[in-house]
Design a protein around this ligand. Structure first.
Ligand code: ADP
Ligand code: K
Ligand code: ZN
Length: 428
């Protein structure tokens, strides 16, 4: 039923384990120049309960940048065997270093995630995310091998070859970025295959924000079960939180991480169930421990217990990043609000792009939307009707009317890695 007995550990015991590990983490972190200074006034014995974590300072992305490259390491470089770097979606990248033990822990966590959504050693996994510095390549790869799955390191791109590998090797599990999954599903059909004849059963989707509507669309188009996978390089990479087969929030492995959700303005914990910024502390990383890391990802705790029996708390799908928020004419808008609205309309195809532009003296929101071929008709009146309907639905959601541009299927340029959803060319 479970990969590791710790997954169902009684919560009291789990919190005791967290406290022990938090103390060890603090002691270990003090070996780094950065935390030696940050935690100068704190000694592990000061902490009597896990709640005392709120006495520790936060660590931010800027802190990591300021310590680049080696300032966060607890031991000599000889003890490290791997580095990854965040993709730098926003700003300068940061580097993360792993000892062999850290890589082992990570692979175990990753295997645990994949087991939780139904992967078994009899499965064949094709990893369709880019390898290289991005943790979604080697992170998923080693986790898959740890679980015992036959692992196909296909990497990103080359749709035809991907399809051939899947068919030749009876691939049952795909790791695929959600924005690419929508595109891929379409390509498979264009190549003349029926998705129902494909051997796949499970898709692990993550690495970028996506809505429940996009997930359902992937499931329907690919005839697959898709599970949300969350992680970030600063916390190893993928394997931090994952959906179980109930698909109702992602379990965070609390024996390895302490999770908090704070109000990004005050830094105080939000009320249970309220949305806020996810803050995470590593508990099992020896080489590069990170304490109270401000992920800038927005989510909430899913209240109650999961039916699967795992005791580790669940977080909701990421609503966006704190720095994703667009402010236009005084209105706060998140890209995921737009996606949610678009993906629930049957006429809308696989891709969209949000553009912020300055026209004259005012800023405008433009949304380019790919329309499915069967709805991309000759009759202008029909198209204009559709355009208006999309604009109206968006306005209901974001409270201002964007300019909608209908695009032909496959006409919006597609990134190989994470999707770029917003282009901001406003005059500042
Ligand atoms: P970068 O910050 O440069 O993108 P990473 O590759 O470490 O570097 O990406 C981690 C980030 O990706 C997370 O902080 C989060 O914003 C996003 N992310 C990862 N998985 C998910 C997911 N399942 N849902 C939403 N966002 C995700
Ligand atoms: K196997
Ligand atoms: Zn569960």
């Amino acid at each position: 039923m479970y990969y590791d007995p710790v997954e169902t550990m009684d919560r009291n015991k789990l919190e005791k384990l967290q406290l022990v590990r938090l103390k060890e983490t603090i002691a270990n972190a003090k070996a780094t120049p950065f935390y030696a200074e940050q935690l100068a006034d704190i000694s592990p014995e000061d902490l009597t309960s896990i709640k005392d974590i709120s006495r520790l300072p936060f660590t931010t992305k800027d802190d990591l940048r300021s310590q680049y490259p080696y300032g966060m390491l607890t031991r000599s470089l000889d003890d490290f065997v791997r580095l990854h770097a965040s993709s730098g979606t926003t700003g300068t990248p940061t580097a993360v270093f792993y000892t062999q033990k850290d890589l082992d822990t990570w692979a175990d966590l990753m295997a645990r995630c994949m087991f939780a959504c139904g992967c078994r050693k009899s499965d064949v996994l094709q990893n369709m995310s880019g390898y290289g510095l991005f943790t979604g390549g080697l992170g998923i790869h080693y986790g898959s091998e740890r679980l015992g799955m036959l692992t196909v390191p296909a990497g990103a791109g080359n749709t035809k070859r991907q399809i051939k590998l899947i068919r030749d090797f009876n691939v049952s599990v795909l790791h695929i970025i959600p924005s690419f999954a929508l595109y891929f599903a379409q390509k498979v059909q264009e190549e003349g295959f029926d998705v129902r004849d494909m051997p796949w059963q499970i898709a692990l989707i993550g690495a970028e924000p996506h809505t429940e509507e996009a997930r359902r669309k992937i499931e329907k188009m690919m005839h697959i079960k898709a599970y949300n996978s969350y992680g970030l390089s600063e916390m190893n990479g993928p394997g931090v939180a994952f959906e179980c087969t109930y698909q109702n929030g992602m379990h965070v492995w609390e024996d390895s991480y302490i999770v908090e959700i704070i109000n990004p303005k005050t830094g105080k914990h939000v009320e249970e169930g309220e949305i806020g910024e996810l803050v995470m502390t590593t508990l099992t990383r020896e080489g590069m421990p990170i304490i109270r890391y401000r992920t800038r990802d927005l989510t909430r705790f899913v209240p109650g217990q999961c039916q699967c029996g795992r005791t580790h708390r669940r977080i909701d799908r990421i609503a966006g990043r704190a720095d994703d928020m667009m402010i236009l004419k005084g209105v706060n808008i998140y890209p995921m609000q737009i996606e949610q609205c678009l993906m629930s309309m049957p006429e809308v195809g696989q891709n969209y792009l949000i553009e912020l532009v300055t026209e004259g003296v005012t800023d405008q929101l433009k949304v380019k939307v790919e329309i499915k071929d069967e709805y991309f008709v000759e009759d202008m009146r029909v198209l204009q009707g559709l355009q208006k309907r999309i604009a109206k639905n968006l306005c209901n959601e974001i409270l201002l009317t964007p300019r909608v541009e209908l695009c032909q299927h496959d006409s919006i340029p597609k990134n190989e890695g994470k999707a770029v959803r917003v282009m901001d060319s406003r005059k500042k």
